[in-house]
Design a protein around this ligand. Structure first.
Ligand code: SF4
Ligand code: SF4
Length: 355
């Protein structure tokens, strides 16, 4: 594995060079928070922030995305025909993505890229993207990545991992895309691989040791789905939820969407928007029937999907990377670690009830 040493004084010039090939995205301060934004010419990513408020999932999977356009004007030859919207799939790079957010793309991929169905928009955007990760040396108190199949130096889905080291970054080249990015940025100074890897291992261990929050997931597969579904704790878990949907919008592994047609005069477009299982309208049928018509149903769905259905269906761990956003931002302090604990330790008892 190649490790490239980047002096911080060459960082800006390298990004400037890379901007000739890639559309660059990175964390940018917005008010009191950071979010991933496309960087304008000469703008640097702010790598001082640990976690952005929203995850970077929108770079691959926009919150609102035009899929098709159409005309209803019968004077036009192609009226009433859906035409694929023009999109930009030129190379883009996400600078300073955290390992948890990168791994989330791998979990989500299982939904957008199946043997039967391929989501062309997600796949083309993903293919065009290079993920330049930044290792976390000071994780938040709500981060629990190490027990969610990830970690502060986790490399899955990343093309390049930057490790901060005083006046330098040590850049671990993970894929061919990462190699190309380093070349496009003109960063050339290779390091003694063995010595650098040793140093990185020490830093990795120190970062992992700082993470004290955790989830227990070892029993989730074994517990009967119906038993968990009918467990009595859902009443308590859902009691304070206000169905605001924040937890799903900020989550890098939530993927639900809604598709709508929007007309203006004689033209229109078909768009897809992020949606949330926490909203009553999400499952409302045309008949007026709603199979998840109570708050308890919806809260249970969110946790059952992430911590049981996904686990059983894909055998790829939980549908969560432990970024902690839903814990930090839930206005009523509903905590996925606590709910996961209830689920993982649940043993069917006489007080299990049907809801
Ligand atoms: S953020 Fe909290 S209150 Fe809002 S929908 Fe999620 S669990 Fe409910
Ligand atoms: S469920 Fe919560 S902790 Fe897990 S990935 Fe989503 S936002 Fe992060």
């Amino acid at each position: 594995m190649k490790i490239v040493q980047i002096d911080k004084k060459n960082w800006e010039a390298g990004l400037k060079k890379a901007a000739g090939t890639y559309r660059l995205y990175g964390p940018v301060k917005e008010g009191d928070f950071h979010n991933f934004k496309q960087l304008h010419q000469g703008q640097l990513p702010d790598l001082s922030c640990l976690n952005t408020r929203l995850s970077p999932k929108s770079i691959i999977y926009p919150q609102t995305e035009v899929m098709f356009e159409y005309s209803l004007d019968e004077n036009q030859e192609d009226h009433h025909i859906l035409k694929e919207a023009n999109k930009d799939y030129s190379p883009q790079a996400v600078i300073g993505i955290r390992p948890c957010d990168a791994r989330a793309f791998g979990l989500v991929r299982l939904n957008f890229d199946t043997p039967e169905y391929k989501d062309p928009y997600w796949l083309k955007a993903y293919e065009a993207t290079t993920l330049v990760g930044l290792a976390c040396d000071a994780p938040c108190s709500s981060c629990f990545c190490t027990t969610a199949g990830c970690g502060p130096y986790h490399e899955e889905e990343l093309d390049l991992l930057l490790v901060e080291n005083g006046d330098q970054y040590q850049a671990k080249v993970i894929t061919a895309k990462g190699e190309a990015f380093v070349a496009d940025a003109g960063w050339k100074s290779a390091m003694d691989e063995q010595a650098a890897l040793k140093e990185i291992e020490v830093k990795k261990k120190a970062a992992e040791d700082k993470i004290s929050a955790f989830v227990e997931t070892d029993n989730l597969r074994e517990i009967e789905t119906n038993d968990l579904y009918n467990a009595p704790f859902w009443e308590e878990v859902s009691f304070s939820c206000i169905n605001c949907g924040t937890c799903t919008y900020v989550c890098p592994t939530c993927w639900c969407f809604d598709i709508q047609d929007e007309n203006r005069g004689n033209s229109g477009c078909r768009i897809r928007n992020w949606d949330s299982c926490m909203y009553p309208l999400f499952t409302l049928h045309g008949s007026g029937h709603n199979p998840r018509n109570t708050k308890l149903h919806r809260v249970r769905q969110r946790f059952m999907h992430k911590l049981k259905y996904y686990v059983d269906k894909y055998d790829a761990g939980i549908q969560c990377v432990g970024c902690g956003r839903c814990i930090r931002l839930c206005p009523v302090n509903i905590d996925i670690r606590r709910v996961c604990g209830y689920m993982n330790s649940f043993a069917k008892s006489a007080d299990a009830c049907e809801v």
